[in-house]
Design a protein around this ligand. Structure first.
Ligand code: CMC
Length: 382
Protein backbone atom coordinates (compact mmCIF):
# COMPACT_ATOMS: atom_id res chain seq x y z
CA UNK A 1 0.00 0.00 0.00
CA UNK A 2 1.47 3.39 -1.00
CA UNK A 3 1.77 6.20 1.56
CA UNK A 4 -1.37 8.31 1.06
CA UNK A 5 -0.20 11.60 2.57
CA UNK A 6 3.07 13.51 2.55
CA UNK A 7 5.24 12.36 5.47
CA UNK A 8 5.61 14.74 8.41
CA UNK A 9 8.40 14.85 10.96
CA UNK A 10 7.12 14.06 14.45
CA UNK A 11 10.01 14.15 16.94
CA UNK A 12 9.58 11.43 19.55
CA UNK A 13 6.51 10.19 17.59
CA UNK A 14 4.35 11.98 20.16
CA UNK A 15 1.55 12.62 17.67
CA UNK A 16 1.84 9.44 15.64
CA UNK A 17 -0.54 6.52 15.96
CA UNK A 18 1.52 3.49 14.93
CA UNK A 19 -0.61 0.52 16.00
CA UNK A 20 -4.10 -0.62 16.92
CA UNK A 21 -4.65 -2.42 20.19
CA UNK A 22 -7.57 -3.92 22.07
CA UNK A 23 -5.66 -4.31 25.32
CA UNK A 24 -5.25 -0.94 27.00
CA UNK A 25 -6.85 2.47 26.58
CA UNK A 26 -5.30 5.68 27.88
CA UNK A 27 -6.88 9.12 28.12
CA UNK A 28 -3.89 11.17 29.19
CA UNK A 29 -5.84 14.38 29.61
CA UNK A 30 -8.33 12.86 32.01
CA UNK A 31 -5.92 10.43 33.67
CA UNK A 32 -7.72 7.26 32.60
CA UNK A 33 -6.21 3.83 32.01
CA UNK A 34 -8.35 0.81 31.19
CA UNK A 35 -7.38 -2.75 30.38
CA UNK A 36 -9.96 -4.09 27.90
CA UNK A 37 -12.33 -1.37 29.08
CA UNK A 38 -11.92 -2.05 32.81
CA UNK A 39 -10.64 0.80 34.95
CA UNK A 40 -7.10 0.18 36.29
CA UNK A 41 -8.04 1.21 39.81
CA UNK A 42 -10.76 -1.40 39.95
CA UNK A 43 -8.38 -4.08 38.63
CA UNK A 44 -5.69 -3.11 41.16
CA UNK A 45 -8.21 -3.38 44.00
CA UNK A 46 -10.00 -6.54 42.91
CA UNK A 47 -8.01 -8.58 40.41
CA UNK A 48 -4.85 -10.68 40.50
CA UNK A 49 -1.88 -10.58 38.14
CA UNK A 50 -2.82 -13.95 36.64
CA UNK A 51 -6.40 -12.83 36.01
CA UNK A 52 -5.14 -9.56 34.49
CA UNK A 53 -2.84 -11.44 32.10
CA UNK A 54 -5.77 -13.64 31.09
CA UNK A 55 -7.84 -10.49 30.50
CA UNK A 56 -5.17 -8.89 28.30
CA UNK A 57 -4.61 -12.02 26.23
CA UNK A 58 -8.25 -13.12 25.88
CA UNK A 59 -9.96 -9.71 25.96
CA UNK A 60 -12.41 -10.88 28.65
CA UNK A 61 -12.37 -11.73 32.33
CA UNK A 62 -12.12 -15.48 32.90
CA UNK A 63 -14.72 -17.66 34.57
CA UNK A 64 -13.44 -19.54 37.64
CA UNK A 65 -12.82 -22.64 35.51
CA UNK A 66 -11.00 -20.64 32.82
CA UNK A 67 -8.79 -18.93 35.38
CA UNK A 68 -7.97 -22.23 37.09
CA UNK A 69 -7.04 -23.79 33.74
CA UNK A 70 -4.90 -20.75 32.84
CA UNK A 71 -3.07 -20.85 36.18
CA UNK A 72 -2.44 -24.58 35.73
CA UNK A 73 -0.88 -23.89 32.32
CA UNK A 74 1.28 -21.10 33.76
CA UNK A 75 2.40 -23.13 36.75
CA UNK A 76 3.46 -26.03 34.52
CA UNK A 77 5.98 -23.60 32.99
CA UNK A 78 7.49 -22.16 36.21
CA UNK A 79 10.69 -24.24 36.12
CA UNK A 80 13.71 -23.32 34.02
CA UNK A 81 15.57 -25.82 31.85
CA UNK A 82 18.57 -27.18 33.80
CA UNK A 83 20.84 -25.69 31.12
CA UNK A 84 19.56 -22.21 32.01
CA UNK A 85 20.56 -22.72 35.63
CA UNK A 86 24.04 -23.73 34.49
CA UNK A 87 24.24 -20.69 32.21
CA UNK A 88 23.18 -18.25 34.95
CA UNK A 89 25.95 -19.63 37.18
CA UNK A 90 28.47 -18.46 34.54
CA UNK A 91 27.38 -14.80 34.72
CA UNK A 92 29.77 -12.37 36.41
CA UNK A 93 28.27 -11.57 39.82
CA UNK A 94 28.71 -7.87 39.16
CA UNK A 95 26.34 -7.94 36.15
CA UNK A 96 23.55 -5.36 36.55
CA UNK A 97 20.27 -7.36 36.75
CA UNK A 98 18.66 -5.74 33.69
CA UNK A 99 21.66 -6.80 31.58
CA UNK A 100 21.31 -10.29 33.00
CA UNK A 101 17.56 -10.35 32.35
CA UNK A 102 17.95 -9.20 28.75
CA UNK A 103 20.51 -11.97 28.18
CA UNK A 104 18.47 -14.63 30.01
CA UNK A 105 15.28 -13.94 28.03
CA UNK A 106 17.29 -14.15 24.85
CA UNK A 107 18.94 -17.39 26.02
CA UNK A 108 15.56 -19.01 26.79
CA UNK A 109 14.95 -19.21 23.04
CA UNK A 110 17.76 -21.75 22.72
CA UNK A 111 15.79 -24.20 24.86
CA UNK A 112 12.45 -23.70 23.12
CA UNK A 113 11.92 -25.85 20.03
CA UNK A 114 9.11 -23.54 18.98
CA UNK A 115 11.28 -20.42 19.16
CA UNK A 116 10.93 -19.66 15.45
CA UNK A 117 7.34 -20.85 14.96
CA UNK A 118 5.17 -17.77 14.53
CA UNK A 119 1.70 -19.33 14.56
CA UNK A 120 -0.76 -17.78 17.06
CA UNK A 121 -0.87 -21.07 19.00
CA UNK A 122 2.92 -21.36 19.29
CA UNK A 123 3.21 -17.69 20.21
CA UNK A 124 0.60 -18.10 22.94
CA UNK A 125 2.60 -21.04 24.35
CA UNK A 126 5.80 -18.97 24.22
CA UNK A 127 4.04 -16.05 25.90
CA UNK A 128 3.02 -18.39 28.73
CA UNK A 129 6.58 -19.68 29.04
CA UNK A 130 8.11 -16.21 29.10
CA UNK A 131 5.68 -14.87 31.73
CA UNK A 132 5.92 -18.02 33.85
CA UNK A 133 9.73 -18.36 33.74
CA UNK A 134 10.80 -14.73 34.17
CA UNK A 135 10.36 -14.76 37.98
CA UNK A 136 12.76 -17.71 38.22
CA UNK A 137 15.26 -15.99 35.90
CA UNK A 138 15.40 -12.86 38.06
CA UNK A 139 15.39 -14.69 41.39
CA UNK A 140 18.05 -17.19 40.31
CA UNK A 141 20.33 -14.46 39.01
CA UNK A 142 19.96 -12.54 42.28
CA UNK A 143 20.73 -15.67 44.36
CA UNK A 144 23.70 -16.45 42.11
CA UNK A 145 25.23 -13.00 42.55
CA UNK A 146 24.80 -13.28 46.31
CA UNK A 147 26.36 -16.76 46.37
CA UNK A 148 23.13 -18.36 47.61
CA UNK A 149 21.63 -21.70 46.48
CA UNK A 150 18.72 -21.58 44.02
CA UNK A 151 15.21 -22.03 45.39
CA UNK A 152 12.75 -23.92 43.17
CA UNK A 153 9.29 -22.55 42.42
CA UNK A 154 6.28 -24.25 44.00
CA UNK A 155 3.49 -25.15 41.59
CA UNK A 156 0.71 -24.26 44.06
CA UNK A 157 1.84 -20.63 44.45
CA UNK A 158 1.01 -17.50 42.46
CA UNK A 159 3.60 -15.66 40.40
CA UNK A 160 4.02 -12.98 43.08
CA UNK A 161 4.33 -15.52 45.93
CA UNK A 162 6.73 -17.67 43.96
CA UNK A 163 8.95 -14.80 42.96
CA UNK A 164 9.39 -13.69 46.58
CA UNK A 165 9.91 -17.30 47.70
CA UNK A 166 12.58 -17.92 45.07
CA UNK A 167 14.24 -14.57 45.82
CA UNK A 168 14.28 -14.67 49.61
CA UNK A 169 14.18 -18.39 50.32
CA UNK A 170 11.08 -18.05 52.48
CA UNK A 171 7.37 -17.76 51.85
CA UNK A 172 6.23 -14.13 51.78
CA UNK A 173 3.44 -12.92 54.05
CA UNK A 174 0.09 -12.44 52.35
CA UNK A 175 0.53 -8.66 52.62
CA UNK A 176 3.91 -8.78 50.86
CA UNK A 177 2.62 -11.01 48.08
CA UNK A 178 -0.42 -8.75 47.66
CA UNK A 179 1.79 -5.64 47.43
CA UNK A 180 3.87 -7.18 44.65
CA UNK A 181 0.76 -8.50 42.92
CA UNK A 182 -0.77 -4.99 42.84
CA UNK A 183 2.43 -3.57 41.29
CA UNK A 184 2.37 -6.34 38.68
CA UNK A 185 -1.25 -5.52 37.75
CA UNK A 186 -0.47 -1.81 37.44
CA UNK A 187 2.53 -2.36 35.15
CA UNK A 188 1.10 -5.07 32.86
CA UNK A 189 0.26 -2.98 29.81
CA UNK A 190 0.30 0.64 28.76
CA UNK A 191 -0.53 1.37 25.13
CA UNK A 192 2.36 1.94 22.77
CA UNK A 193 5.00 2.83 25.35
CA UNK A 194 8.62 2.75 24.17
CA UNK A 195 9.38 -0.89 25.05
CA UNK A 196 6.09 -2.16 23.62
CA UNK A 197 6.73 -0.22 20.44
CA UNK A 198 10.20 -1.78 20.28
CA UNK A 199 8.70 -5.27 20.71
CA UNK A 200 6.16 -4.61 17.96
CA UNK A 201 8.86 -3.31 15.59
CA UNK A 202 10.87 -6.50 16.13
CA UNK A 203 7.99 -8.97 15.74
CA UNK A 204 6.70 -7.04 12.71
CA UNK A 205 9.81 -8.12 10.79
CA UNK A 206 8.54 -11.70 11.38
CA UNK A 207 11.47 -12.28 13.73
CA UNK A 208 10.39 -14.21 16.87
CA UNK A 209 8.83 -13.54 20.24
CA UNK A 210 12.06 -14.07 22.23
CA UNK A 211 13.83 -11.51 20.04
CA UNK A 212 10.92 -9.08 20.51
CA UNK A 213 10.92 -9.43 24.31
CA UNK A 214 14.70 -9.13 24.42
CA UNK A 215 14.42 -5.86 22.47
CA UNK A 216 11.72 -4.69 24.86
CA UNK A 217 13.79 -5.44 27.98
CA UNK A 218 16.68 -3.42 26.56
CA UNK A 219 14.34 -0.52 25.83
CA UNK A 220 12.64 -0.63 29.22
CA UNK A 221 16.00 -0.35 30.97
CA UNK A 222 16.51 3.36 30.24
CA UNK A 223 15.92 5.89 33.04
CA UNK A 224 13.35 7.78 30.94
CA UNK A 225 11.23 4.60 30.88
CA UNK A 226 11.36 1.65 33.31
CA UNK A 227 14.65 2.64 34.89
CA UNK A 228 12.99 5.62 36.61
CA UNK A 229 11.80 3.61 39.65
CA UNK A 230 15.38 2.79 40.63
CA UNK A 231 16.36 6.44 40.13
CA UNK A 232 13.53 7.52 42.47
CA UNK A 233 14.98 5.34 45.20
CA UNK A 234 18.48 6.72 44.60
CA UNK A 235 17.00 10.20 44.98
CA UNK A 236 15.26 9.31 48.27
CA UNK A 237 18.48 7.79 49.60
CA UNK A 238 20.47 10.83 48.49
CA UNK A 239 18.07 13.14 50.31
CA UNK A 240 18.20 10.96 53.44
CA UNK A 241 15.72 12.63 55.79
CA UNK A 242 12.54 14.63 55.47
CA UNK A 243 14.09 17.87 56.77
CA UNK A 244 16.45 17.88 53.74
CA UNK A 245 13.73 17.51 51.09
CA UNK A 246 12.96 21.21 50.62
CA UNK A 247 16.57 22.29 50.07
CA UNK A 248 17.26 19.32 47.77
CA UNK A 249 14.21 20.03 45.64
CA UNK A 250 14.89 23.78 45.52
CA UNK A 251 18.35 23.03 44.09
CA UNK A 252 17.02 20.55 41.53
CA UNK A 253 14.26 22.88 40.35
CA UNK A 254 16.65 25.84 40.22
CA UNK A 255 19.02 23.83 38.00
CA UNK A 256 16.00 22.69 35.92
CA UNK A 257 16.94 19.05 36.49
CA UNK A 258 14.47 16.22 35.92
CA UNK A 259 12.81 14.78 38.99
CA UNK A 260 12.55 11.06 38.44
CA UNK A 261 9.11 9.52 38.87
CA UNK A 262 7.37 12.65 37.61
CA UNK A 263 5.97 13.51 34.20
CA UNK A 264 4.67 11.36 31.41
CA UNK A 265 4.51 11.54 27.66
CA UNK A 266 0.81 10.72 27.65
CA UNK A 267 -0.58 11.71 31.06
CA UNK A 268 -1.00 15.40 31.60
CA UNK A 269 -3.24 14.63 34.60
CA UNK A 270 -2.48 12.38 37.61
CA UNK A 271 -1.22 8.98 36.42
CA UNK A 272 -4.15 6.69 37.35
CA UNK A 273 -1.68 3.91 38.25
CA UNK A 274 -0.21 6.18 40.91
CA UNK A 275 -3.55 6.93 42.60
CA UNK A 276 -4.08 3.58 44.31
CA UNK A 277 -0.35 2.89 44.55
CA UNK A 278 0.11 6.02 46.65
CA UNK A 279 -2.35 4.82 49.31
CA UNK A 280 -1.00 1.33 49.04
CA UNK A 281 2.64 2.44 49.33
CA UNK A 282 1.79 4.24 52.57
CA UNK A 283 0.33 1.07 54.06
CA UNK A 284 3.24 -1.14 52.94
CA UNK A 285 5.76 1.45 54.19
CA UNK A 286 4.00 1.67 57.56
CA UNK A 287 3.87 -2.13 57.91
CA UNK A 288 7.58 -2.44 57.22
CA UNK A 289 8.91 0.52 59.21
CA UNK A 290 9.62 2.67 56.13
CA UNK A 291 7.10 5.44 56.70
CA UNK A 292 9.90 8.01 56.51
CA UNK A 293 10.36 7.16 52.81
CA UNK A 294 6.68 7.60 52.16
CA UNK A 295 6.66 10.93 53.99
CA UNK A 296 9.64 12.16 52.00
CA UNK A 297 7.84 11.16 48.81
CA UNK A 298 4.71 13.05 49.89
CA UNK A 299 6.76 16.19 50.57
CA UNK A 300 8.43 15.92 47.15
CA UNK A 301 4.99 15.59 45.59
CA UNK A 302 3.74 18.71 47.45
CA UNK A 303 6.71 20.73 46.20
CA UNK A 304 6.31 19.46 42.63
CA UNK A 305 2.61 20.21 42.80
CA UNK A 306 3.32 23.88 43.44
CA UNK A 307 6.23 24.06 41.01
CA UNK A 308 5.15 22.13 37.91
CA UNK A 309 1.64 20.64 38.20
CA UNK A 310 0.38 23.55 36.06
CA UNK A 311 2.57 22.13 33.24
CA UNK A 312 0.79 18.78 33.60
CA UNK A 313 3.60 17.10 35.52
CA UNK A 314 2.43 14.73 38.24
CA UNK A 315 3.84 11.60 39.88
CA UNK A 316 3.89 8.61 37.52
CA UNK A 317 3.66 4.91 38.36
CA UNK A 318 7.37 4.73 39.15
CA UNK A 319 7.25 7.29 41.95
CA UNK A 320 5.35 5.30 44.58
CA UNK A 321 6.33 1.86 43.24
CA UNK A 322 9.89 2.70 44.32
CA UNK A 323 8.85 2.97 47.99
CA UNK A 324 6.72 -0.16 47.66
CA UNK A 325 9.53 -2.28 46.21
CA UNK A 326 11.99 -0.96 48.78
CA UNK A 327 9.56 -1.79 51.57
CA UNK A 328 9.31 -5.31 50.17
CA UNK A 329 13.05 -5.62 50.72
CA UNK A 330 14.03 -5.66 47.05
CA UNK A 331 17.47 -4.45 46.06
CA UNK A 332 17.30 -1.18 44.11
CA UNK A 333 18.72 -2.67 40.94
CA UNK A 334 15.89 -5.22 40.85
CA UNK A 335 13.16 -2.56 40.62
CA UNK A 336 13.19 -2.33 36.83
CA UNK A 337 13.22 -6.14 36.62
CA UNK A 338 9.88 -6.06 38.48
CA UNK A 339 8.52 -3.79 35.77
CA UNK A 340 9.74 -6.26 33.12
CA UNK A 341 8.34 -9.25 35.02
CA UNK A 342 4.91 -7.68 34.66
CA UNK A 343 5.19 -5.87 31.31
CA UNK A 344 6.19 -9.20 29.70
CA UNK A 345 2.48 -9.91 29.58
CA UNK A 346 1.74 -6.71 27.65
CA UNK A 347 4.72 -7.19 25.33
CA UNK A 348 3.71 -10.76 24.47
CA UNK A 349 0.09 -9.72 23.94
CA UNK A 350 1.20 -6.92 21.62
CA UNK A 351 3.39 -9.33 19.62
CA UNK A 352 0.39 -11.59 19.04
CA UNK A 353 -1.77 -8.58 18.14
CA UNK A 354 0.87 -7.20 15.77
CA UNK A 355 1.05 -10.46 13.85
CA UNK A 356 -2.68 -10.29 13.12
CA UNK A 357 -2.74 -8.22 9.93
CA UNK A 358 0.98 -7.48 10.27
CA UNK A 359 2.79 -4.80 8.30
CA UNK A 360 6.51 -4.03 8.58
CA UNK A 361 7.01 -0.96 10.81
CA UNK A 362 9.43 1.24 8.96
CA UNK A 363 9.24 5.02 9.40
CA UNK A 364 11.47 7.43 7.55
CA UNK A 365 14.35 9.66 8.58
CA UNK A 366 14.65 13.24 7.39
CA UNK A 367 18.16 13.44 5.95
CA UNK A 368 19.75 16.72 7.06
CA UNK A 369 23.32 16.15 5.79
CA UNK A 370 25.12 17.38 2.64
CA UNK A 371 24.78 16.00 -0.92
CA UNK A 372 27.24 15.55 -3.77
CA UNK A 373 30.29 15.23 -1.53
CA UNK A 374 33.31 13.97 -3.53
CA UNK A 375 35.12 10.82 -2.31
CA UNK A 376 38.56 12.02 -1.14
CA UNK A 377 41.38 9.44 -1.34
CA UNK A 378 42.96 8.64 2.06
CA UNK A 379 46.29 10.31 1.21
CA UNK A 380 44.56 13.62 0.47
CA UNK A 381 42.37 13.76 3.62
CA UNK A 382 43.07 16.22 6.41
N1 CMC B 1 10.88 16.84 36.30
C1 CMC B 1 10.94 18.15 35.98
N2 CMC B 1 10.48 18.65 34.83
C2 CMC B 1 9.93 17.79 33.95
C3 CMC B 1 9.83 16.42 34.23
C4 CMC B 1 10.35 15.96 35.45
N3 CMC B 1 10.31 14.65 35.76
N4 CMC B 1 9.25 15.80 33.17
C5 CMC B 1 9.00 16.75 32.27
N5 CMC B 1 9.41 17.95 32.74
C6 CMC B 1 9.29 19.24 32.04
C7 CMC B 1 10.32 19.31 30.93
O1 CMC B 1 11.54 19.84 31.40
C8 CMC B 1 9.62 20.24 29.96
O2 CMC B 1 9.73 21.56 30.44
P1 CMC B 1 9.81 22.83 29.45
O3 CMC B 1 8.52 22.82 28.69
O4 CMC B 1 9.98 24.00 30.35
O5 CMC B 1 11.00 22.56 28.56
C9 CMC B 1 8.17 19.83 30.08
O6 CMC B 1 8.03 19.28 31.39
C10 CMC B 1 7.74 18.81 29.04
O7 CMC B 1 8.59 17.70 29.15
P2 CMC B 1 9.02 16.76 27.93
O8 CMC B 1 10.46 16.37 28.10
O9 CMC B 1 8.64 17.38 26.63
O10 CMC B 1 8.12 15.52 28.14
P3 CMC B 1 8.25 14.16 27.35
O11 CMC B 1 6.88 13.76 27.02
O12 CMC B 1 9.22 14.22 26.23
O13 CMC B 1 8.92 13.21 28.44
C11 CMC B 1 9.21 11.81 30.28
C12 CMC B 1 8.21 12.40 29.28
C13 CMC B 1 8.55 10.70 31.07
C14 CMC B 1 10.41 11.23 29.51
C15 CMC B 1 9.68 12.94 31.22
O14 CMC B 1 8.56 13.45 31.93
C16 CMC B 1 10.75 12.46 32.17
O15 CMC B 1 11.92 12.44 31.81
N6 CMC B 1 10.37 12.08 33.45
C17 CMC B 1 11.32 11.56 34.40
C18 CMC B 1 11.60 10.10 34.09
C19 CMC B 1 10.45 9.20 34.51
O16 CMC B 1 9.91 9.30 35.60
N7 CMC B 1 10.10 8.25 33.61
C20 CMC B 1 9.07 7.26 33.89
C21 CMC B 1 7.84 7.45 33.03
S1 CMC B 1 6.44 6.49 33.64
C22 CMC B 1 6.89 4.84 33.45
C23 CMC B 1 6.90 4.46 32.04
O17 CMC B 1 5.81 4.22 31.50
O18 CMC B 1 7.99 4.35 31.47
Amino acid sequence: MATATAPTFDKGLANTVAAETQMSFIDGGKGVLEYVGIDIDSLARNSTFEETVYLLWNLKLPTRAELDAFCTELRAEYMLPAEMDALIRQFPRSTPPMHALRTMISALSMFDREADVNTPEANRRKALRIVAKTPALIARFDRHRKGKPFVDPQPDLTIAQNFLLMLNGELPTDAMAKALDVCLILHADHGLNASTFAARVTIATLSDMYSAITTAVGTLKGPLHGGANEEVMHMLNEIGTIDKVDAYMAGKLERKELIMGFGHRVYKAYDPRATYLKTFAKQVAADTGNLNLYEMSRRIEEIMDKAVAAKGIFPNVDFYSATTYYSLGLDLDLFTCMFALSRNSGWCGHCIEQLKGNRLIRPMADYIGPHGVPYVPMAERR
